[in-house]
Design a binder for this molecule. Structure first.
Ligand SMILES: [Zn+2]
Ligand SMILES: [Zn+2]
Length: 393
């Protein structure tokens, strides 16, 4: 039953198996193609959608990277295509306007939405796909986050981030040459999102041991294997080495798949994500720009690992305690942010985030253990002094 761990992403697509955790798992995504020249397989991947119009969606950057080319080459292959580009200088925001705009571009005979992009475009296409029933395919343009294989769409509605149920893509296409055109900040962010799995998995293990929460060893191993591969390529990330970019992309896709296997984001998201969401919401509520999700997650993971160290004596026997210096060094070796100040988070917001991040969602993490021991305020002060220096009185 653990054969799934030896499969490549393309072999894993559509797989289903009985797991040692007692559940039957299924990878709902039908096709996953990764590597050099992956996009050459697009006509074959989408062959069953030739009966209608293929709506290619891009933004002003991704249209140059591959959007225009996708529309043209599919047209040459006999598909009827239409290109819709979100134009604009500013970063695309997945809000009501963007949702409505994409909806108006879908027609009665749209057979497929082909999104060329990363986080935001994927979220928009996924949402519209779920509401219209038109399948979507994502051509990844950056290894920047683990939402490609996800099933939810975080959107900004009336200024607030809200997560909506959506659907899986029909296919994920990750072409090495396209991924290598992504800016360094997006690679660093993707790496941060993956490094965050170290504390996410620790939180899940903690809850399993303390609360008897459901736990799937196969999903954990799937994420861990991908994480290890990524870690061994950390130094190659900023050199854009093939192996490094591929291992990062694979890890991001596998972590999304693990979420799908389990049915919630436990294998990929813990206290480090709660911190990242807190910082993001704080910035949004003040109309400020916030760091890319994965950069916040990486830093969140350093912070959470420090909290685990503080709690060492209260952890169950044999618990694999995350090591903050190891995580910090890994982030730095890939050129990623490793402290809250480097993300632009100020002292007060940071302290508040330690105390309140656990309210982001009802999921047991090390924050709950700390709160139960009455140590939350104390550790918030210690961490804040540690990162920002002692306040002068
Ligand atoms: Zn994430
Ligand atoms: Zn399982």
């Amino acid at each position: 039953m653990d054969e799934i761990l030896n499969l490549t992403p393309s072999q894993m697509a559509g797989a289903s198996f009985d797991c040692s955790c007692g559940k039957r798992h299924e990878v709902v995504i039908r096709k996953m193609v990764m590597g050099r020249n992956a996009v050459h397989q697009l006509p074959e991947i989408i062959s069953e959608f030739g009966n209608g119009e293929v709506l290619v969606v891009a933004d002003s950057n991704t249209k140059k990277v591959f959007g225009e080319k996708a529309a043209k080459s599919l047209e040459d292959e006999g598909f009827r295509t239409r290109l819709f580009v979100y134009e604009g200088q500013c970063a695309l925001v997945p809000d009501e306007r963007a949702v409505g705009r994409l909806l108006t571009e879908t027609g009665k005979d749209t057979s497929l939405i082909l999104a060329v992009g990363s986080g935001t475009l994927n979220d928009l296409a996924r949402y519209i796909s779920s509401r219209t029933g038109i399948p979507y395919v994502i051509v990844c343009t950056a290894p920047s986050m683990d939402g490609y294989a996800s099933v939810v769409s975080p959107l900004i509605i009336e200024g607030f981030k809200k997560t909506f149920e959506a659907v899986y893509p029909y296919a994920i296409v990750a072409d090495l040459d396209i991924l290598k055109t992504s800016p360094p900040d997006m690679v660093k962010a993707g790496f941060g999102d993956i490094i965050g799995k170290m504390t996410a998995l620790a939180d899940w293990d903690l809850s399993r041991r303390l609360n008897g929460e459901y736990y799937c060893k196969t999903s954990v191993q799937l994420v861990r294997n991908a994480l290890d591969k990524c870690i061994s390529n950390a130094a190659g990330m900023m050199k854009y080495e093939d192996e490094a970019i591929l291992s990062l992309t694979e890890a991001l896709i596998f972590s999304g798949i693990a979420i799908g296997l389990v049915g919630n984001s436990r294998p990929a998201s813990g206290a480090e994500h709660h911190l990242a969401h807190y910082w993001e919401m704080e910035a949004l509520s003040h109309g400020k720009e916030h760091p890319l999700h994965g950069n916040s997650v990486g830093v969140g993971s350093v912070v959470v690992a420090m909290l685990y160290q503080f709690m060492k004596d209260w952890l169950p026997d044999g618990f694999d305690v995350p090591d903050p210096s190891y995580i910090k060094n890994l982030l730095e070796s890939a050129g990623a942010c490793s402290s809250p100040a480097s993300l632009g988070i100020d002292r007060v917001v940071f302290r508040n985030s330690i105390i309140h991040a656990m309210k982001i969602r009802p999921r047991y993490t090390v924050f709950h253990l700390i709160k139960d021991k009455g140590l939350l305020e104390k550790f918030a002060d210690e961490l804040t002094d540690g990162f920002y220096g002692k306040m002068k009185v």
